[in-house]
Design a binder for this molecule. Structure first.
Ligand code: HEM
Ligand code: HEM
Length: 292
């Protein structure tokens, strides 16, 4: 799925996460905001305490969602036999959806009480979620082909040249126009010695300047009296060339950071798993078996 339908689906899934968070908050916030010593007197205490039918359910369903989100992505990514099923990007998006909605439910399972080992597990899980958001951003900046295989700087350069040929042959642009299009928002020097902060700020600036870049590309093309009916498409291609040039310059650095990013996202997931095994073991040993 590409373009508008894909954006609609992403927005729908994201809204579902927000809607769930808001609905449960509106339903139970009176309880969550009570001081701990007063909670036992709340009318629905038996359902809302972490071991109560409702909150315990949030914990079990949320944990199941995280498991499903991790196992499906990991299996698709690592097991060769499944490498032909769907696109890896779709599986990653499913991973993100399940692993955002799951933790929201787990948050309500804790009823905002973060005591003991389970509390530590909750904070580790939060670190995994926060690192996930950063990782997703980095992942987006590492160009991949349709099968999800990372592209090399050479392949990206070839793609830039292919786009250049389109501008010249299909739209008949001369060297002067192409040069001024390239110069308009040309990324500054390479980033091999840039620190983490500089790297992120360059990525953010490129992303946030999209509208402004498109506007100045349009204005420049109008100044060169380019055929009005083609301006939109030419500006899109010229913008793609500028973004690609930025990606090429930052590629090695982003790959390096992404490699270290796994050091947080993956091991912290394993810590959460270890704590969860103890937590669930203790809960079951004390007879908290939910509806079973
Ligand atoms: C990553 C997933 C989970 C996290 C981070 C988590 C975290 C927590 C936290 C912070 C508490 C409150 C501790 C306190 O009283 O201060 C709690 C309570 C509890 N959790 Fe979980 N939980 C998770 C999953 C589960 C699952 C899958 C079960 C199902 C067996 C479960 C069963 C319980 C029970 C029964 C309590 C109440 C314990 C009591 O009142 O003594 N939790 N959990
Ligand atoms: C509790 C929640 C989460 C857990 C336990 C979790 C766990 C994992 C695990 C184990 C992997 C590695 C899969 C593999 O390589 O086999 C992974 C990959 C990934 N996760 Fe998460 N994740 C969580 C939430 C998130 C969130 C909220 C995001 C984004 C917003 C995210 C973004 C990513 C990305 C981008 C990768 C891909 C890394 C790659 O393929 O190189 N994760 N996650």
């Amino acid at each position: 799925m590409k373009g508008l339908p894909h954006r609609i689906l992403t927005a729908f899934l994201f809204s579902l996460v927000i809607l769930t968070a808001v609905t449960i908050w509106l339903r139970n916030s009176d309880y969550y905001l009570l001081p701990l010593q007063e909670r036992a007197f709340y009318p629905r205490y038996d359902q809302l305490k972490p071991s109560g039918i409702e909150s315990h359910g949030y914990g079990i369903i949320g944990t199941a969602m995280v498991f499903i989100g991790v196992i499906t992505y990991s299996t698709r990514k690592r097991v060769k036999r499944f490498s032909q099923i769907g696109k890896i990007r779709g599986f990653l998006e499913f991973h993100i959806f399940m692993c955002l909605l799951g933790p929201v439910l787990i948050l309500y399972h804790t009823t905002l009480k973060f005591g003991g080992v389970a509390g530590a597990g909750f904070w580790c899980m939060s670190a995994v979620v926060a690192s996930g958001v950063i990782g997703r951003y980095l992942y987006r900046h590492i160009p991949k082909n349709i099968e999800g295989k990372e592209l090399s700087a050479k392949e990206l350069d070839e793609e830039r040249n292919r786009l250049l040929q389109t501008l010249k042959e299909k739209y008949g642009l001369g060297d002067t126009v192409v040069e001024s299009l390239d110069k308009l928002h040309a990324p500054k020097a390479d980033a091999s010695d840039a620190g983490l902060l500089k790297l992120f700020s360059r990525m953010l600036v490129t992303d946030l300047a999209h509208t402004q870049r498109m506007h100045s590309l349009h204005t420049l093309l109008e100044k060169h009296h380019v055929d009005r009916s083609s301006i939109r498409e030419i500006a899109r291609i010229a913008n793609e060339r500028i973004v690609l040039q930025q990606r090429i310059l930052l590629l090695e650095k982003i790959r390096g950071v992404f490699h270290y990013w796994h050091v947080i996202h993956l091991p912290f997931s394993l810590i959460v798993l270890a704590i969860l095994i103890v937590h669930v073991g203790v809960a079951v040993a004390f007879g908290y078996t939910w509806i079973f």
